[in-house]
Design a binder for this molecule. Structure first.
Ligand SMILES: O=C(O)CCC(=O)C(=O)O
Length: 264
């Protein structure tokens, strides 16, 4: 797919898949490292059979050489403008037997988060969610469920828009793709975790990209914005641990400008 076609798909459909971003001969090693680090640091409050680690780059850097791949950078730059940066890195392993999740749009459009853009939100690209496939995604193993074109709506099922979050949606589909591909979604796109009915884990890392002007402070442990928006209200919000300086120093040069705002 050419960059022009990718941009068109993002505008019209709200998603596309970039193939062959991670070299095939690195997949087994990276997948193994992601599984091992997720086992060491997994969030005990995540849904059953979901291996979830927020701020994953802090714990494992095996994807670091690819997160500023030119094809990803070109598409993100075309959609988010200059000086975009990485907002989240989250290991997400759907283990056999996990349950289907609820329809949502991602931060900052998820209306249940303390920090959110209130619906009705404007029709503008403000955040990208990318899912890096370390296993091939299939209908059987929990390829992400999406509702194509839902990114143009000004609300989503977390905001009481009349769509039951737990029910199948008529136009839903499972995203499929070969291991090494990257699913790119406008973060407004309605999506959900799919059940993994296979025998093997579906291994992925979710990486989100934000324009320079989007305030990410509410995600930072101990920040003043977090104190005001989350601690004082008792609301719920994602927490993205900062990168230790020594981890940052060891990252590839092309990646550093994308994460330098999140160093301890
Ligand atoms: O793992 C998936 O396929 C979906 C994950 C998801 O819904 C999310 O990270 O917001």
């Amino acid at each position: 797919m050419t960059l022009e076609r990718q941009i068109q798909a993002m505008q019209t459909d709200g998603w596309c898949v970039l193939d062959n971003i991670i070299p095939a001969d690195r997949l087994d090693d990276i997948s193994g490292q992601v599984i091992a680090a997720t086992n060491r640091h997994r969030n005990p409050d995540a849904p059953a059979n979901i291996g979830h680690v927020s701020g994953f780059l802090k714990y494992d850097q095996s994807l670091a050489p690819y997160l500023a791949d030119q094809r990803v950078v070109d598409l993100a730059g075309a959609l988010l403008g200059h000086h975009f940066r990485i907002s989240f890195t989250t290991a997400t392993i759907n283990e056999p037997g996990n349950e289907r999740g609820g329809w949502h749009a991602d931060w900052p459009f998820n209306q249940r988060n303390a920090g959110h853009v209130p619906a009705p939100y404007p029709d503008a690209v403000m955040h990208l969610t990318t899912i890096w496939m370390l296993s091939s995604f299939t209908g059987e193993n929990g390829g992400t469920l999406i509702v194509p074109e839902s990114h143009r709506a000004s609300n989503n099922p977390t905001g009481g828009n009349g769509v039951p979050p737990e029910e199948p949606y008529p136009t839903e589909l499972n995203v499929t793709g070969e291991a090494g591909s990257v699913l790119v979604m406008d973060s407004r796109l309605w999506h959900s975790t799919a059940a993994n009915t296979s025998q093997d884990p579906r291994v992925a890392v979710v990486v989100r990209y934000a324009p320079w002007w989007l305030n990410l402070n509410v995600l930072m442990p101990g920040s003043e914005d977090r104190r005001i928006l989350v601690d004082e209200t008792g609301g719920t919000e994602n927490l993205v641990p900062a990168l230790p300086k020594d981890v940052f120093d060891g990252l590839p040069g092309a990646l550093k400008p994308l994460v330098s705002h999140w160093v301890e």
